[in-house]
Design a protein around this ligand. Structure first.
Ligand code: SAH
Ligand code: SF4
Ligand code: F3S
Length: 440
């Protein structure tokens, strides 16, 4: 067997895709964790912000140096950057042998053949149907406890700042049968948690012979597989997180009480420029409903600082919304122009870099405080924690997650990865709950 090294950047969907590619190549290649001995190195890339792409260019230069010493080694570039930059990448990056976009992974074996025979090897064709439905991912990177299943691909939302609809193509959903089969396989392999993935899982929609499956239906079907299998999902768009879904989350103890609901900005005027199609008030109404129906639910978000035309008032509205929701955690970014998006072609990127930085710092500092407050509310309470492994800080400590997606660390005792334990929280930082196992 030849050796394959895969490096994955970007979102969880890329992690799931890398597992699909590893499966497609598994007849000829086995995974290695050592890039220096690999026959084939694959880089699965992200285009969401410019700095994500710059990192990859840097990495390709490093790999180019390794390749010089090992001329037999091949390097392929996958994912969103492949789709965005296409065959230009082969011209700009001499280290690359081939390029495959997100819907072209079945052709990777052919691309390898083509590259070996010295031809230009790239396939960046987007598809309206491809979901890699019948490919059981090779879960080489998973920890054996928690796995991902892509339930849909693409995005039709065209938020004005975002490159994803261009790199991932049109939205399409996989059949519930193949999703359930994959979840059952995870259970059979001893997994205890599954995350259903899509850019906008709420618009999951599968129709066959007149029977429609919605995302709420799908969640229910997966939750019913086993009370021992936790179910998570990412990401939801606020415009269509339905009451039905909120009630399904509340109903099943094994559906995790955690919702990642990216808001992006706190003012209706900014949300309009971003083409997010909800107002501040509508977003807050969804949050109020979540809090009413699932009081123990924790909520996380994504925020962009310094989007085109952002006034100080709009920035303050983002901060006040963050306080009002009391997010448990957030991913926070500076706006980065992406070519061809609506914002790039219609609005000037007019917030100076220093101002973007200052606003982002304010957002991060506030979130740090909100995360700490959210964790402090958990001190004294007991949570069911799924053990994921040994804590990075100490061999004596294990770590796992609560249903609310918070990391908890606690003394090892006789416990092991993959077990459910009850942990009483004794103290916390903004990032971690610290506790001890109780009830044994
Ligand atoms: N589908 C998800 C998010 C996918 S991209 C959603 O709609 O919520 C992940 C995050 O990257 C986004 O939520 C957004 O906060 C951020 N992002 C996307 N494009 C960006 C850009 N051009 N500049 C800065 N951040 C961006
Ligand atoms: Fe991008 Fe918006 Fe689609 Fe999310 S919903 S991937 S932010 S276009
Ligand atoms: Fe990045 Fe593509 Fe995911 S741009 S965030 S890897 S969909």
């Amino acid at each position: 067997m030849k050796k394959l090294f895969i490096e994955t950047y970007g979102c969880q969907m890329n992690v799931a895709d890398s597992e699909v590619v590893a499966s497609i190549l598994s007849n000829e290649y086995e995974i290695t964790e050592e890039e220096r001995t690999a026959d084939l190195v694959l880089i699965n890339t992200c285009s969401v912000r410019d700095n994500a792409e710059q990192r990859i260019h840097k990495r390709l230069r490093e790999l180019g140096a390794i390749k010089k010493r090992r001329p037999g080694m091949m390097i392929g570039l996958l994912g969103c950057m492949a789709e965005r930059l296409k065959d230009q990448l082969l011209k700009d990056e001499p280290a690359l042998d081939f390029v495959a976009g997100p819907d072209a992974y079945r052709s990777v074996p052919n691309l390898i053949e083509k590259a070996l025979s010295g031809e230009d090897a790239y396939n960046v064709t987007l598809s309206k149907e491809e979901t890699y439905d019948n490919i059981m991912p090779l879960r080489y990177a998973a920890n054996g406890v928690s796995g991902f299943i892509s339930i849909m691909r693409g995005c039709d939302n065209f938020c004005s700042y975002c490159v994803v609809p261009f790199t991932r193509g049109r939205e399409r959903s996989r059949s519930p049968q193949t999703i359930l089969a994959e979840a059952k396989q995870l259970l059979a392999d001893g997994y205890k948690e599954v995350t259903l993935l899509g850019q906008n899982v709420n618009s999951y929609h599968y129709e066959k012979e007149g029977k429609v499956t919605t995302f709420a239906d799908l969640m229910e079907m997966v939750a019913l597989l086993s009370p021992q299998l936790r179910v998570r999902f990412a990401t939801s768009h606020p415009k269509d997180i339905s009451d039905e879904l909120i009630h399904v989350i509340a109903k099943y103890p094994n559906i995790c009480k955690f919702i990642h609901l990216p808001v992006q900005a706190g003012s209706t005027s900014m949300l309009q420029r971003m083409h997010r199609v909800y107002t501040r008030e509508q977003y807050l109404e969804r949050i109020a409903t979540i809090k009413r129906v699932i009081p123990e639910c924790s909520i996380a978000t994504d925020i962009i600082a310094g989007f085109c035309g952002e006034t100080e008032e709009e920035h303050q509205a983002t901060l006040s919304l963050m306080r009002e929701v009391g997010y448990a955690s957030a991913y926070m970014f500076k706006y980065s122009v992406r070519d061809n998006t609506y914002a790039a072609t219609h609005f000037p990127d007019d917030i100076p870099e220093e101002l973007k930085t200052r606003r982002l710092e304010e957002i991060i500092a506030l979130q740090q405080q909100l995360s700490l407050e959210s964790n402090q509310q958990d001190v004294g309470k007991t949570f069911e924690v799924l053990v994921e492994g040994t804590s990075k800080r100490s061999d004596e400590q294990l770590f796992g997650r609560t249903s609310q997606n918070k990391v908890a660390i606690f003394p090892r005792g006789n416990h092991q990865k993959g077990e459910y334990v009850h942990v009483k929280i004794l103290s916390c930082t903004a990032a971690t709950l610290i506790g001890e196992v109780v009830g044994e």
